[in-house]
Design a protein around this ligand. Structure first.
Ligand code: M6R
Length: 610
């Protein structure tokens, strides 16, 4: 949700900033802009649209400067036009800022500043912060103080970089609620919303905390709270490699990430699954072991795709550990005064680790004295740092806005937690071994499905004229139906609904006619026959049936117009296999329709606003 980057060092800055923006474009692509300090003034170039549009306007030969800031926007306040694009300046054009977040009290601040004679150009909340810093500078004549005073006046969230002609060899960065990572290089500092913009320069990073500022000069950096107390930070090493954030020959990140799943699933259980013992070793849960042992109830909270994996987790944990599990959207959890007790465990699932609602749910959990556990992909992210214990899914950077490999890795980790809790309770070793053995098979089984991508592509092509899809599944496959529908709508803009298959007759069946494709996840399990009955109900109304079925199930061809077979596994791991054809189907459909798969309209990868 907006990507920001600032650089001060010994290299020409314009290319560095544009490159940084490209690496973070998945965070928002409504507009982009740079401010470069050159010959005592700030040169700002900004444009609605993608970074590529901005790049056409930046003449690198024009700038020798080695200091600047830049922004790629996901619009909240003000439409995505050139004027509302960041960077924003103060009234006298001496200060430039890039901001990620929302200034909630911007209206009253703006009114007060206008009354004092300050002027505005845009409709954004961010410009208010720029003008406020300018107004405070007029009073205190010190940039650090002006920024600090401003940050104490604003309500809301910010990841922020500030550049000024007053103190030309300085960038001030700050964070509250929006991520900021500071890269410490050789004679250079680069600060950004995401380590992806930093790794080309250095692997040494500091994750700023909420209400913390970093003051970067050519001689060094210092960090302080916005109350002016000095802070010390641990320097971390970025764990991923540059290749992992490149397309590696694939036309889109989404396709690359779909094809990475044999490896990413394996990485999620590597070193944790003790298949021959029917058990697991989860170092990340050690601190919460006692609470987990006595937990009477588990709540899982998340948004979007992560919420779908939470639903799978509910079924897995209840089945293996016989502990009641509830799943709740984080956006609902945080505002409805959910009763929580010290013996409760709340598991927050998030790929980015920055989703505002999920983070707020973690804070709420801790405030009410329950134990918060994170299942997160991005190392060092806000959720990872605010939970009491947690497990990284180790799926590597996920750049495509449509989440794919994170989903399968989240289920992997939830299955590990299920085994962990199950073996703590009554799950037998032989059952643990059976599940462990099935898990070891999954990477090869995903590979087998990926080998059918041409078949899935050909099938997708047949449905490009369909404007609606229904996805149906039961048991473990119900969340897969939801996830398949979400993938379809978010990247191809085709309306799709996921439902528990048996619920169809309580309403959605009215939609079915010979134009309606219905995707059934109909794998061989204990409710297979029931799903076949639901298929018959669709067939009777001339709906077109696409079935995701278990290898060896020849009968299903009697009921379905198209069948994609997936290998057999234990029911609780079926979602990991069943989702792969649905990811591919949505992908090929979107490509066929000419949609921008990696950057679907109106979306952003990490949703750091409410
Ligand atoms: O980073 P998170 O897992 O917390 O993100 C949650 C959702 O925003 C995310 O899953 C979103 O729904 C994706 N676009 C789905 O593909």
């Amino acid at each position: 949700m907006c990507g920001i980057v600032g650089y001060i060092g010994n290299q020409k800055v314009s290319g560095i900033l544009l490159n940084g923006l490209k690496r973070m474009e998945y965070r928002g692509y409504d507009s982009a802009g740079v401010s470069i300090l050159t010959d005592g003034s700030i040169e700002t170039i900004k444009k609605s649209g993608k970074v590529a549009q901005l790049e056409k306007l930046v003449d690198h030969t024009q700038f020798d400067s080695t200091i600047g800031i830049a922004h790629t926007r996901w619009a909240t306040h003000g439409e995505p036009n050139d004027i509302n694009a960041h960077p924003h300046h103060d009234s006298s054009n001496k200060i430039s800022i890039v901001h990620n977040g929302i200034i909630e009290n911007y209206a009253i601040l703006k009114k007060n500043l206008i009354e004092k004679g300050y002027t505005f150009r845009s409709d954004t909340d961010s410009e208010v912060l720029a003008v406020l810093i300018g107004a405070l500078y007029d009073r205190v004549k010190n940039m650090e103080e002006a920024v600090r005073y401003a940050l104490n006046e604003v309500e809301g969230t910010y990841g922020l970089c500030v550049l000024s002609v007053y103190e030309p060899d300085k960038i001030i960065a700050a964070r509250r609620g929006s991520p900021m990572v500071l890269g410490i290089g050789e004679g250079e500092y680069i600060v950004a919303s995401d380590a992806a913009a930093i790794i080309q320069h250095t692997r040494q990073v500091i994750y700023l905390s909420d209400n913390e500022m970093a003051i970067l000069t050519r001689d060094g950096y210092e960090t302080k709270t916005i109350k002016n107390e000095k802070t010390t930070n641990t320097i971390h090493e970025i764990e991923f490699d540059l290749e992992q954030i490149e397309k590696a020959g694939f036309p889109h990140f989404m396709l690359k990430e779909i094809f990475e799943q044999p490896d990413t699933f394996r990485d999620s259980f590597r070193g944790r699954l003790l298949a021959d013992k029917g058990n697991v070793k989860l170092g990340g849960l050690t601190q919460a072991e006692e609470q987990l042992r006595k937990a009477k109830r588990i709540l899982i909270t998340a948004c979007g795709t992560s919420w779908h994996s939470a639903l799978v987790g509910e079924y897995i944990i209840e089945n293996l550990a016989q502990i009641p599990v509830e799943v709740e959207y984080a956006s609902e959890f945080r505002y409805r005064n959910t009763p929580l007790y010290p013996d409760d465990i709340v598991i927050a699932i998030s790929q980015s680790g920055e989703t505002a609602d999920t983070l707020a749910a973690v804070y709420e959990t801790k405030q009410k004295g329950a134990t918060a556990i994170g299942i997160v992909n991005v190392v060092g992210s806000s959720i990872a740092r605010s939970t009491d214990a947690g497990i990284y899914i180790h799926a590597g950077p996920e750049i495509g806005v449509a989440s794919t490999k994170a989903f399968t890795s989240q289920i992997c980790v939830l299955a590990l937690i299920g085994l962990y809790l199950g073996r703590m309770k009554n799950l037998s070793q032989s059952d643990g071994k059976r599940i462990g053995a099935a898990m070891l098979e999954i990477p090869n089984q995903i590979e087998q499905i990926l080998n059918k991508s041409d078949e899935i592509k050909a099938m997708a092509k047949k449905f490009t004229k369909s404007r609606n899809f229904l996805y149906l599944g039961r048991g473990y496959n119900f969340p897969v139906a939801l996830e398949g529908a979400l993938k379809m709508k978010e990247i191809s803009y085709i309306h799709a609904e996921g439902y528990p298959a048996a619920e169809m007759k309580h309403g959605p069946i009215a939609l079915i006619d010979d134009n309606m494709p219905v995707v059934f996840i109909a794998t061989k399990d204990e409710i297979y026959e029931k799903v076949i009955s639901n298929i018959q109900e669709v067939r009777a109304r001339r709906g077109k049936v696409i079935a995701i079925a278990s290898e060896g199930d020849n009968d299903i061809t009697n009921y379905a117009d198209h069948v994609i077979y997936i290998p057999n596994t234990v029911p609780m791991l079926t979602p990991v296999l069943a989702v792969i054809p649905l990811q591919l189907m949505a992908y090929y459909m979107a490509v066929e329709l000419g949609c921008n798969v990696d950057q679907p309209r109106n979306l952003a990868k990490s949703v750091t606003v409410e």
